[in-house]
Structures are given as structure tokens and as C-alpha cells.
Design a protein around this ligand. Structure first.
Ligand code: CO
Length: 501
């Protein structure tokens, strides 16, 4: 595999093209995809679920930040070379209330205010559970996730909202459930587990960890209190540890309480403070360890694994918190004014409790994916959405496959008019469970990469399917949807097929 430079002039993308993908999609669809370029692999069987903000305005009033948009779930079912598309909004209490009122009733975590200025927003601490960040099928339940509140359960076939999910009392009303559960594939001794966390803020922060069995029951719950405020979106796991990066940020609540700022805008990066890494033993056994590394900001981790006395963690790091200025509308954002995510490796020495960090790839990237059978295990390939240009910051337009052993890269780019969403890796050798490890190391990239690409030329989205072992020739199939899908957040694949109502 060799890196060949993209063939398109790397200088430009048109900001207006990018803005097209920030438009709301109000319609809910249900159809067989009949416009396909190439061929859908016959062995690709199952359902890709994706979540993301679908409504970027309410009653004609634009949201100030896309992360505040109501969750809209897409399901693309693959069966014998055919594919079926469906999308539906998560009918949260907030969505139903705002749609009925025809206006914004809630403050947004990331910057959307209710109309009426600071008086209307002052001391209004009520947020809308927007269920917009991730969707996952586990224990026979399809769950739409948003980190600050409980999941919503959806019917996996119709995507109809069934209600809040509390895992038979395992969660209480008001408990969070992060949008980044990790599935530990387990081994002969250990059955697979879904591991997730929630933060309970205060002067110190309690990190609560939940482990769910294959039946979807919370079978273990343990916690660790860490000093100070914590903004933690994702974590990493190994067979023996849960790993959290406590970003060096402070939270100043007063502008928020006074209605002048959203909580997301009250976060201040502290460049002179270290990032604190917490290693919390799985199953609540043993004491947590904490290590320091120079200040950085992490939303997403790629993977982690144990290696002797070391733990290796690969993450997407920003040199500071990538926030928008109050005056800046996100649709007009100058990407070059916002820091870019880069791939860093952290080698954590458990004996000396020190960390060593190395930049593995400086190209702007986000949305990492790995083989699901190697979560928490030594692995070789990472897949990411990347900017088209090797330097600077720009919208995500390409896919990168990074060989962590040789450093080799393979790139496919949808530039200049295509904009890339998160890739999902689906192994070709797929049983009823997604998370079986590859038969041998050489099979690690024997799979498909699925991603939604916004095509500005046609103002519609394509689902692209690439062969992960051969990225360069481009998609083996491009499925043209009848409409666009607004830029989404995260998704997951299940070998179960859900295509009909
Ligand atoms: Co995320």
C-alpha cells in the first residue's frame, strides 16, 4: 500500500458547498435505494444506523450551534446486494414540545438561546435531551444516545420512538449515559460487554462506569471521583482499565446562569495546566492511577491496549478547545481559525506513572474507526475522516487508513464537492456478532468502510462503500440517496437486518 497524493487541486473547497450540508432535513423517508453506482457487496448484510442533528432551526429560527440540533436517526439496511433507507426524528419530549409550539423553548448546551435575550434565559437550567449523538443496537434494543441524559429506545425496524430507556432501574431520571459506549469483544474467559460512563458534576466530578451484558442489563456499576470540573466526551477501554482524559478546562458558570452564554461557551481552556489521564481499573477492583501529559483537548479516542507495564492510547488531540466565538455563526466559520484534530499516541507507564506522547499524523482528522474485534487490543489500522489538504484545517472530505506499524497511509478523497462523515468499519467475515477478532493479523483490514458523503453538486448525500484493504481505487459502490442528510455525528453497524415496518 503506497500513498499517492490526491489528484485534485488541494487549494480549495467552496464554503458555500460545505454550508449546503448544514441545512435541515424535515422530511422522513422510507424507500429502497435504486440509484447505485457500482455494486453493493453481496456479503454485506445488516443495518447501518447513524445519528446526528437533523433540524438546524426551529420555527424558522436558526440554532447557533449544530450540536444543539434534534437527533435524527438514519437506518440503511443491506440485504443481498440491495439497500433500504429510512430516517426518523427521535420523538423526545423537547422535540415534540418545540414542534407543537413552533419555536425554540429550550436553551442549547452549545450556544442556542431561547428568544427573549438574557432575561428569558437567566437561571433557566432546563435542557432538552436531543438524543442526537450516537445510535447503537445492543441487547435487542436500539438506543439513541446523548451524553447528558438517558437514552431513548427506538424500534429498530420503523425507528419509531418507544420512550426513555433506564435499563430496568439501572439508570435514574436525570442520570447521563455517554454517547460513546465501547464494546469489549471479550475472549474465551470473558464474555463481550458494552462499557459506558456518565459524569456527575459538582466541585469534583464522579465518573460512573456501567458494564452491560449481552442481554442489555447493567451487570456492574462502579465509580471514581476526580477533583474539579471534567468535560469528557469519550473514553477508551482495555481488558483491565477504563481510560479517561480530563481535559484542562475550567467552567465559569456565571455567564450561563445569567443567560448570557451557553454552558459550552463557559468552558475555558487552561493551556498551562496538564491534561490528566485517569486509569480506572475495570470491575471496580483496585485504585485508580492518574498521570499527566501537556495540555491538549480530546473529544475522541481511537483505541487503547495493554503492552506489558504500558498502556498505549491513540487519540485525536487538539492543541486547545475548538470553540466558536460568540459573534461567529457556525455556517460562516473560518476553519483556519479553529484548531485541527491530529492523531497522537500516548504511552502510559504504569510503573513510573508517566506518559510519553508522540504525534503520529498531523493531518486534520476526526471520527476514528477500528476493527470492532480489536477494541482494547493491539491493532494495526485506524480509519478516519480527514481534510483534503495535508496541512491546516478544513472540512472533512476524505478518508485515511493509517498503518500504525509502518506509518503508511492510504487516502481517498471526495473533494472538491464531497464532504465526509464518520466511517464505520464492517468486517467481511461477519457472524451474528460484529466484534469477533479477525482470524489472523493479515485479515485486520478485510472489511468494508461505510460512510455518508454530502455531495454539494447534487445537494444530496451518498452512502459510499469502500474496500478497507484497497482504499485508493475509491468506492466499490455509491448509493445515491434521494435527498441530503445533514452532517451527522456517530453511527454503528449491526449484522441484524431491519428493513421493514
Ligand atoms: Co463523539
Amino acid at each position: 500500500m503506497t500513498y499517492s497524493p490526491p489528484t485534485i487541486d488541494p487549494a480549495t473547497y467552496d464554503p458555500e458547498d460545505w454550508q449546503g450540508g448544514t441545512a435541515s432535513l424535515t422530511e422522513e423517508y422510507d424507500y429502497w435505494i435504486d440509484q447505485v453506482e457500482g455494486e453493493i457487496p453481496a456479503d454485506l448484510h445488516g443495518t447501518l444506523f447513524r445519528n446526528g442533528p437533523g433540524l438546524l432551526e426551529v420555527g424558522g429560527m436558526p440554532l447557533r450551534h449544530p450540536f444543539d440540533g434534534d437527533g435524527m436517526v438514519c437506518a440503511i439496511a443491506f440485504d443481498q446486494g440491495r439497500a433500504h433507507f429510512r430516517n426518523r426524528y427521535v420523538r423526545t419530549e423537547g422535540y415534540l414540545a418545540e414542534q407543537a409550539a413552533g419555536k425554540i423553548l429550550y436553551r442549547g448546551v452549545f450556544g442556542t438561546d431561547k428568544p427573549g435575550g438574557w432575561l428569558a434565559n437567566m437561571f433557566d437550567l432546563k435542557f432538552k435531551n436531543i438524543a442526537n449523538t450516537q445510535v447503537i443496537y445492543w441487547g435487542g434494543k436500539l438506543l439513541a444516545l446523548w451524553e447528558a441524559d438517558h437514552p431513548y429506545r427506538l424500534d429498530p425496524a420503523s425507528l419509531e420512538t418507544l420512550g426513555g430507556e433506564f435499563f430496568d432501574g439501572g439508570l435514574q431520571l436525570g442520570d447521563g449515559f455517554a454517547a460513546h459506549p465501547r464494546i469489549d469483544p471479550g475472549d474465551q474467559q470473558r464474555p463481550p460487554r458494552l462499557v459506558n460512563f456518565a459524569l456527575k458534576p459538582g466541585l469534583s466530578t464522579e465518573i460512573v462506569i456501567y458494564e452491560l451484558d449481552l442481554a442489555g442489563q447493567i451487570v456492574e456499576q462502579y465509580s471514581q471521583t476526580v477533583p474539579g470540573f471534567a468535560f469528557i466526551h469519550d473514553f477508551a477501554i482495555t481488558p483491565n482499565y477504563c481510560i479517561f482524559f480530563q481535559n484542562p478546562v475550567q467552567f465559569n458558570p456565571f455567564p450561563f446562569l445569567l443567560g448570557l452564554r451557553s454552558p459550552g461557551e463557559c468552558i475555558q481552556f487552561q493551556p498551562r495546566q496538564p491534561t490528566r489521564i485517569w486509569l480506572i481499573p475495570r470491575h471496580g477492583q483496585g485504585k485508580a492511577k492518574s498521570l499527566e501529559t501537556p495540555a491538549c483537548f480530546v473529544f475522541h479516542h481511537i483505541n487503547a491496549y495493554e503492552q506489558g507495564d504500558q498502556i498505549i492510547v491513540d487519540s485525536i488531540c487538539y492543541d486547545r478547545f475548538p470553540s466558536l466565538e460568540r459573534e461567529q455563526a457556525y455556517r460562516q466559520v473560518d476553519f483556519n481559525s479553529v484548531p485541527a484534530g491530529q492523531i497522537w499516541r500516548f504511552q502510559l507507564d504504569l510503573t513510573t506513572q508517566t506518559a510519553k506522547q508522540t504525534c503520529l499524523n498531523s493531518r486534520s482528522c476526526e471520527f476514528p474507526a477500528v476493527h470492532p474485534g480489536l477494541v482494547g487490543q493491539d491493532y494495526r489500522y485506524a480509519y478516519l475522516a480527514i481534510a483534503h489538504q495535508p496541512q491546516g484545517n478544513a472540512p472533512l472530505q476524505g478518508l485515511l487508513k493509517l498503518d500504525l506499524v509502518t506509518g503508511e497511509q492510504a487516502v481517498w478523497s471526495a473533494a472538491p464537492r464531497g464532504f465526509m462523515g464518520e466511517p464505520v468499519f464492517v468486517p467481511k467475515q461477519l457472524g451474528q456478532q460484529l466484534w469477533q477478532a479477525p482470524d489472523s493479523a493479515k485479515d485486520e483490514d478485510d472489511g468494508w468502510l461505510l460512510a455518508l458523503v454530502y455531495d454539494a453538486a447534487h445537494h444530496r448525500s451518498d452512502l459510499v462503500i469502500l474496500d478497507a484493504s484497497r482504499l485508493q481505487p475509491g468506492p466499490v459502490a455509491r448509493l445515491h440517496l434521494k435527498h441530503h442528510v445533514p452532517y451527522g455525528l456517530h453511527g454503528s453497524f449491526t449484522p441484524q437486518l431491519f428493513e421493514s415496518a
